[in-house]
Design a protein around this ligand. Structure first.
Ligand SMILES: [Mg+2]
Length: 410
């Protein structure tokens, strides 16, 4: 059932004064990849779902709460997850689908504030400062965000609200899933004093052990030591600890700005007019751009070829595709066409390709269309599938594992 608790108790938080303080919310989708899989296949509801690479190697990217009950967690090697949860449903990562849902989530957040900083596919900070006249007090605004995300995506998230990104992030993790934790200004000192240092993002096992040796179990214990002592012992990390203990506001929420174009270029080892070398270069660049377009959820319409001649004379040639693409192959072929039309002649020292006129892949229904692949194969769709599979291999085994045929020819 929904767990809309506020840590500091309801009611009291509403009347707390936020005057002059920032109001930062951290939104974290619950078991995101696994939840999307359950959403797409309701027969998985209530089952331990583990999303990860292939079955023999790799690590779990996400685990449903049912799987977590078996001790499975993300970043756990899959073989271990299998051992703990032999009846689990193990599914491959479908990043493009998660990116599509993620966009819908971020769009919701953007309706509450222009200051939305996406930190990962399923996490974002929202600066709600000064939005009170629109969305009510922070608790009310946070509930509205949860409701709106729920309506648009049918997924739950956990939200933390406080005066800084750090505290908001820690708070969002306190009542998962479907949680809401508000740490108003007046409660910050108390909240931090009692907070186990291990809950602070950035304090890992090793630094946690070091702190424990000094008797620092909770953030409140940090103040037992003088700033000099901490800096002497931990260097910059010590200064950072102090900042946390003092509950400062830290860095502001930095809204994401969408790229206007994605490009790649290389200066050649040697000036050349050899089209084979140039082509190979373009292919590698086009693949790189395609990967970034897919990772960041864009398609681009305009392809630009850039050449710098040995005498530093630079030319660019652009053309616009009939359909926007996120495929390295399509970008490559367009770049080749531009190269052929340009009619090289003199040696070049730099080769580059860019894609602009980007369109975000934002509709939540977009990936649903993609799942129709099996039924209707367009050439572009087929390649999209191939290139996505390639991304997956590269993610698992490293870039070197995937090279196009003509890249290997020497
Ligand atoms: Mg999450």
């Amino acid at each position: 059932m929904a767990n809309h608790e506020t840590r500091e108790g309801r009611g009291a938080t509403n009347r707390e004064s936020w005057a002059g303080r920032r109001i930062i919310a951290h939104i974290d989708m619950d078991a995101f990849f696994a939840s999307v899989e359950v959403l797409d296949d309701p027969s998985l509801k209530g089952k331990p779902v583990i999303v990860g690479g292939d079955m023999k190697r790799g690590v779990a990217s996400a685990a449903s709460y049912e799987a977590r009950a078996f001790g499975v967690h993300s970043a756990m090697p899959l073989f271990q997850a299998r051992r703990l949860c032999p009846n689990g449903v193990f599914l491959p990562v479908r990043m493009e689908r998660y990116v599509g849902v993620s966009r819908a989530v971020m769009k919701c957040l953007g309706e509450f504030s222009p200051l939305v900083e996406q930190v990962s596919v399923d996490e974002a900070f929202v600066d709600l400062t000064g939005t009170g006249h629109l969305f009510g007090d922070p608790e009310r605004a946070a509930r509205s965000m949860k409701t709106r995300i729920g309506e648009r995506t049918s997924l739950t998230c956990s939200v933390g609200v406080s005066v800084s990104k750090l505290i908001a992030k820690i708070a969002s993790d306190m009542n998962k899933p479907d949680g809401l934790t508000i740490v108003p200004p007046a409660a910050v000192a108390r909240f931090l004093a009692a907070l186990p240092v291990g809950r602070v993002p950035g304090i890992g096992g090793k630094s946690g052990e070091e702190l424990a040796k000094l008797g620092i179990q909770r953030v409140g214990d940090i103040g037992k030591y003088s700033p000099e002592r901490l800096e002497e012992r931990f260097g910059k990390f010590g200064a950072w600890l102090l900042e946390i203990a003092e509950g400062g506001e830290g860095a502001p929420v930095e809204p994401y700005t969408a790229p206007k174009s994605i490009s790649a270029e290389n200066t050649l080892d040697e000036d050349t007019a050899d089209e084979t070398i140039i082509r190979r270069c373009l292919l590698e660049q086009a693949d790189r751009i395609g990967r970034r377009l897919r990772e960041e959820g864009f398609r681009g319409r305009t392809v630009t070829l850039k050449l710098k001649h040995h005498d530093f004379r630079q030319i660019t040639r652009s053309s616009t595709l009939a359909e926007p693409t996120q495929l390295g192959g399509t970008i490559y072929h367009e770049a080749l066409r531009l190269l052929a039309v340009y009619n090289l002649g003199a040696k070049v020292r730099l080769v580059g390709v860019g894609v602009s006129n980007l369109e975000p892949l934002d509709a939540i229904e977009e990936p649903a269309q993609m799942s129709l692949f099996g039924a209707s194969y367009g050439a572009e769709e087929k390649w999209e599938k191939v290139e996505r599979a390639t991304d997956e291999i590269a993610r698992r085994f490293g870039r070197g594992a995937v090279k196009r045929g003509s890249l290997l020819e020497e």
